[in-house]
Ligand binder design. Structure first.
Ligand code: NAD
Ligand code: IPM
Ligand code: MN
Length: 352
């Protein structure tokens, strides 16, 4: 198990320390740890957010555990030098097009949701976010028009193969769950979304056992807080998925709880090279204060053991330990408690 640990910036190193403690406590055989600089840390040490040696290590690894990147010192650099390019670059270079972002209520945490407890209780959603396309990866620039005005633009597009492959991932995921799939788009306005919807409908013919519905993204944002229990699997594009998953995190209770897996073409149930990371960022506002919730990072480790190494039992051990810690009231500041990053990590280790 060759694992690359990319801690990154801000709270990245703090939460990575806790995830590694959990992995060490499992004492799995054959773990080989690789480490490298990414993000602002990569830029400051090597002049690039994704230094060539970091990319080489990512390619050599069986799986990557990624902390977070983003550094206010770097916000005015040219775009290709900014920390965020590390994560976008890794997703592109490794072909990680399928981003799984589960949002599930933890027993006992209903009162911490931004929603009413009786509404929050039913949350069990898997957001399947396309990760290699959309407006993220189209041509973009700020240019000066003939009339002297500055104009910013970002080209949004999906080709049918890109939509088809993420649709298959989502339908297969739905088959393993409650067999309901909601495709979220903006087909009433965007041609990109019209093609998305057409292709999702074509793919649906291969999955007659899955019930498909379509929702415009504005309505989906509303439905997510009105009645999140209606969703099973949600499939959507890169930008909408980014936004809806942060929103879903507060329905569960904190952005410090949501993990993710980013998988590529070779994905099967396991054996795939994947990258695993919390959905949140580097949280510069709380970095270095021991306030970050490491649970999203720890749950990302569980997803790694499941998807890249086929270690379902170990994944569940971690998930149950996190759930037990929450049920026992081990809560950080993000959940209204006072447990530090390290105390939360220790509490998970103690419950493995
Ligand atoms: P953020 O997710 O870093 O933080 C948003 C808010 O949530 C902050 O108040 C933060 O303190 C809080 N928060 C986030 N994670 C938390 C945790 N584990 N425990 C407790 N509180 C937590 O988003 P932002 O502030 O918009 O962005 C900060 C930087 O991170 C930016 O540079 C951004 O580009 C970057 N970013 C990186 C990633 C990534 O590496 N995958 C994801 C999102 C944002
Ligand atoms: C995420 C982040 C990234 C994204 C940024 C940092 C590029 O917000 O992983 O959700 O937008 O995908
Ligand atoms: Mn995001």
């Amino acid at each position: 198990m060759k694992i690359a640990f990319f801690a990154g910036d801000g709270i990245g190193p703090e939460i990575m320390t806790e995830a590694r403690k959990v992995l060490d406590a499992l004492a799995l055989p054959g773990v080989e740890a690789l480490e490298a600089d990414v993000g602002g840390a990569g830029y400051k040490k090597h002049g690039h957010p994704l230094p060539p040696e970091t990319l080489e290590i990512a390619k050599a690894a069986d799986a990557i555990l990624f902390g977070a990147v983003g550094d206010p010192d770097c916000d005015n650099l040219e775009r290709h030098l900014r920390p965020e390019q590390a994560i976008l670059g890794l997703r592109a270079a490794l072909g990680l097009f399928a981003n799984l972002r589960p949002a599930t209520m933890f027993p006992g945490l209903e009162d911490m949701s931004a929603l009413r407890p009786e509404v929050a209780r039913a949350i069990d959603i898997l957001i399947v976010r396309e990760l290699n396309g959309d407006v993220y990866f189209g041509e973009k620039a700020i240019r000066t028009l003939d009339n002297g005005l500055r104009q910013g633009f970002d080209f949004m597009s999906y080709d049918e193969n890109e939509v088809r492959r993420i649709a298959h991932v989502a339908f297969r995921a739905a088959q393993g769950r409650k067999k309901r799939l909601t495709s979220v788009d903006k087909a009433n306005v965007l041609e990109t979304s019209q093609l998305w919807r057409d292709v999702v409908i074509e793919v649906a013919a291969e999955y007659p056992d899955v019930t498909l519905n379509h929702m415009y993204v504005d309505n989906a944002a509303m439905q997510l807080v009105r009645d999140p229990g209606q969703f099973d699997v949600v499939v959507t594009g890169n930008l909408f998925g980014d936004i809806l998953s942060d929103q879903a995190s507060m329905c569960v209770g904190s952005i410090g709880l949501l993990a993710s897996a980013s998988l590529g073409e070779d994905q099967t149930e396991y054996g795939t090279k994947g990258m695993y990371e919390p959905i949140h960022g580097s949280a510069p506002d709380i970095a270095g204060q021991g306030k970050a919730n490491p649970m999203a990072m720890i749950l990302s480790l569980a997803m790694m053991l499941r998807h890249s190494f086929g270690r379902e039992e170990d994944a569940q051990r971690i998930e149950k330990a996190v759930s037990a810690a929450l049920a026992d009231g081990v809560l950080g500041a993000d959940l209204g408690g006072s447990a530090s990053t390290r105390e939360v990590g220790d509490a998970v280790v103690n419950r493995l």
